[in-house]
Design a binder for this molecule. Structure first.
Ligand code: GLY
Length: 389
């Protein structure tokens, strides 16, 4: 075999070798998931909303936008992940129940936004790709058309509604995957071209020289001139909101996977190296990498997202890079498991030290999307190659 392996085969073998070094950790977390998630599911049964966070031991909905709340795809996504992990029908049924609930969001169109990829690619999109359900296919294509409809031809997908006409945000890198899927599925390149135009703009205007990123950039929607770069969910303008860094890290890695455009991989690696340099003391991201020294506010969610991105990077890079990305992902996951989780079975969520935004009140909370990315990372460590994105 020596000398005849393609780079892809060599990378795959190296990833296999690396992931097999930590099967004790992986299987320990899998056992904890299998013990915990039936309770999470049972507490969601019969609710007329989709779980977002936890208060007094009970699931709570998102704080606004009703069924259009941007994280509402993550709960069905978690259920599909558990279905992949266990094959148990109860998870599949709950995923389908939540996917059906999401149909009301299409009718509440005014409250929909740039995050329709988060809402449908991992719910109906996962359903279609796993089961072939045609209704799920239609939902996912419809969501892709809604996202494409937000494109400003100067080169960005606008965020939010109302007077945010020229706003774009780094989080949207993850929503591009819905568009890549739509082009692959329909054979129509428009969706992919929109996604790449947005990713190119994000590379130019969001990612800084040192690998840190802006959260929000406000463009003049007539000219693409930059008007303002506000703090967004981070500490201050010019700071470095860790979850935004993780959206960029994973988002650019995925854009490379879907397009093979080398600059996306180079950008993902640059953001990843910056991210690692900021977390390597205890491997739990601060909410903002530039928040005041001594302020220990954390965001476990940023860690879970980054771990997924780092694992994907470790599959598509070589040698020392691959090893460094894999080791960082594992260190983050071990730190989250040891210091940021509630594995008890009277609390339905897993990760508890998540932060919505630096200046908000939503500090040290549970968030279903954090748990989604934690489970996704575990599936990757298990060798499951299904890509939710
Ligand atoms: N704005 C999406 C997030 O909180 O990550």
């Amino acid at each position: 075999m020596g000398g005849h392996l393609s780079t892809l085969e060599e990378n795959t073998m190296l990833f296999e070798e690396m992931r097999l070094t930590c099967t004790d950790f992986t299987e320990d977390v899998v056992e904890k998931l299998k013990a915990k998630m039936p309770l999470a599911l049972q507490k969601a049964k019969g609710l007329d909303f989709i779980p977002y966070t936890v208060r007094d031991g009970a699931w709570q909905p998102g704080p606004c936008d009703g069924i259009c709340w941007w994280t509402n795809g993550f709960w069905p996504g978690e259920m599909w992940e558990m279905y992949r992990l266990t094959g148990e029908e109860s998870y599949r049924q709950e995923a389908e129940r939540a996917e059906n609930m999401l149909d009301a969001a299409f009718v509440e169109y005014d409250s929909l936004h740039h995050d329709v990829g988060f809402m449908w690619l991992i719910s109906s999109g996962a359903d279609f790709r796993m089961t072939g359900n045609d209704q799920s296919r239609k939902r996912t294509v419809l969501a892709a058309n809604l996202l494409a409809g937000r494109f400003n031809p100067l080169g960005f997908i606008r965020a939010w509604n109302g007077d945010c006409v020229g706003w774009a945000i780094i989080d949207c890198m993850m929503n591009l995957n819905l568009l890549y899927w739509a082009s692959d599925h329909t054979g129509d390149p428009r969706f992919r071209k929109i996604a790449m135009a947005h990713a190119d703009t994000a590379m130019r205007h969001f990612v800084r020289e040192d690998g840190s990123c802006n959260h929000i950039v406000i463009f003049d929607p007539e000219t693409l001139d930059v008007k303002e770069i506000p703090a967004g969910q981070g500490y201050a303008a010019g700071s470095s909101w860790s979850r935004g860094q993780s959206w960029a890290l994973y988002g650019f890695a995925l854009s490379f996977l879907h397009t093979s455009k080398q600059e996306y991989l180079d950008t993902a690696k640059k953001v990843a190296q910056y991210f690692i340099s900021q977390v390597k003391d205890d491997w739990i991201p601060r909410c903002d990498f530039r928040q005041p020294a001594g302020d220990d506010l954390k965001d476990a969610c940023a860690g879970a997202v980054a771990a997924c991105g780092l694992l994907e990077l470790s599959k598509i890079t070589e040698g020392k890079d691959a090893q460094a990305f894999f080791d960082a992902a594992l260190s983050i996951l071990k730190a989250l498991d040891a210091h940021c989780t509630d594995w008890s079975n009277d609390y339905p969520a897993i990760l508890t030290r998540c932060t919505g935004s630096y200046h908000g009140n939503d500090h040290n909370i549970a968030m279903t999307y954090a748990d989604f990315f934690l489970i996704e990372a575990v599936l990757k460590l298990r060798g499951d190659t299904f890509l939710f994105w």
